[in-house]
Design a protein around this ligand. Structure first.
Ligand code: NAG
Ligand code: NAG
Ligand code: NAG
Length: 348
């Protein structure tokens, strides 16, 4: 549609009157429908987008909605499947979403990354090239809800941006348990003002991994099969301030609650972190682990204090291990820890 000259004048006047105001356009009444990958380009400037499956995104292609208008609504129906790529690697994403004040509603819909066509047990560390699934750079009270993601090749949500809520998200990478899924982190966060709630994850790596940022809430979530609810590994210069993890269940996982900083890293910190009302079930390695000796995926055994951990509250963490250690703490610079209601049984 062509803008009339009179509406251009109105827009110009508004801009002159309030140069700093956020002028999110109201969502258009009729959605711009993307029912094939070739329809994507015609809709990326729309404020009302409907992704209408079923269709397949061709190999070597990213479905890029990182530049959509502020205030846009993106609705998904049906199933979108990504054909296997051979050139996309861990620096690429199958789907990208950006914008301020964006609402993404995938209730009842599925994004299928076809991870089983990539998995070789080596994840992001080797073997065939594997793209990440879903890059988020939204800001300004954005909401991402309802979507089911199946078979993410490696990491699922890579969250940057700020001020975004994830609600009722499902990551079903259960097939990866027997087909060589690896590094299939559910939510990797380097961002501020992020809430993740009422979500279900079955994967083969961290359910949550916070690497930088703060003001993060993780509530009412179920984590199955992975490496636990983690902060870190925190590298030099990275800071985490303000994390609340509450009312979550962690089952059939390597770890439950985990905070790790990298051996000899400096210039950062982890502070103001609380985990409360966490149920553990059938944990294999460590129920609670806090360590300052992490290195290249394996600990050195000697902690260093360049990334201090302070103000950690653990309240009501209960459940059972199938093997391993209930509580493991290896600190060089830790302070202000308050633990209560820790009841973990069954470790070796
Ligand atoms: C975490 O909980 C504390 C109160 O226990 C609250 O002051 C803080 O705002 C919460 N932070 C987030 C990110 O939810
Ligand atoms: C957690 O789940 C309960 C029950 O479904 C619900 O009442 C509550 O609002 C949820 N909390 C959040 C933060 O969504
Ligand atoms: C805790 O989360 C579960 C879903 O994981 C929900 O059913 C339950 O109502 C929640 N409890 C509270 C107190 O929010």
């Amino acid at each position: 549609m062509r803008a009339s000259s009179s509406s251009s004048v109105v827009t110009l006047v508004l801009l002159l009157l309030s140069p700093n105001a956020a002028l999110a356009a109201p969502a258009a009444a009729t959605p711009c429908v993307i029912d094939s990958f070739s329809a994507l380009a015609g809709c990326v400037k729309s404020t009302n987008i409907l992704i209408k499956g079923p269709f397949t995104v061709p190999a070597e292609s990213s479905f890029d909605l990182s530049g959509i208008p502020d205030g846009a609504t993106v609705t998904v129906s049906g199933t979108v499947t990504w054909a296997k790529s051979s050139t996309l690697d861990k620096t690429n994403y199958l789907f990208l979403l950006g914008g301020s004040g964006v609402t993404f509603d995938g209730t009842g819909a599925i994004f299928d990354g076809n991870g089983q066509l990539y998995w070789d047990g080596q994840g992001a560390n080797g073997g065939v090239k594997k793209p990440k699934m879903f890059r988020v750079t939204t800001t300004g009270k954005s909401v991402i809800k309802g979507i089911t993601i199946k078979n993410s090749p490696i990491h699922c949500f890579s969250i940057g941006g700020s001020d975004t809520t994830f609600d009722h998200i499902t990551l079903d990478n259960s097939l990866g348990d027997t087909k060589g899924g690896h590094n299939t982190d559910a939510f990797d966060v380097s961002a501020t003002g992020i809430t993740i709630q009422n979500s279900y994850v079955h994967n083969q790596d961290d359910c949550l991994a916070i690497n930088n940022g703060g003001n993060i809430a993780f509530t009412n979530n179920t984590c199955i099969g992975g490496h636990g609810i983690s902060i870190g590994s925190i590298a030099s210069g990275k800071t985490v301030d303000g994390v609340n993890v509450s009312n979550c269940t962690i089952s059939d996982s390597d770890n439950g609650v985990r905070i790790k900083t990298i051996y000899q890293a400096t210039g950062g910190f982890v502070k103001n972190v609380q985990y409360s009302d966490i149920i553990l079930s059938n944990i294999a390695k460590r129920g609670i682990v806090i360590e300052q000796d992490y290195q290249n995926g394996s600990p050195t055994g000697t902690p260093t204090g360049g990334i201090p951990i302070s103000g950690l509250t653990l309240t009501n963490i209960a459940g059972n291990m199938k093997s391993g250690t209930e509580v493991y703490i290896l600190c060089a610079a830790c302070s202000g820890f308050t633990f209560s209601g820790i009841h973990i049984t069954g470790g070796g």
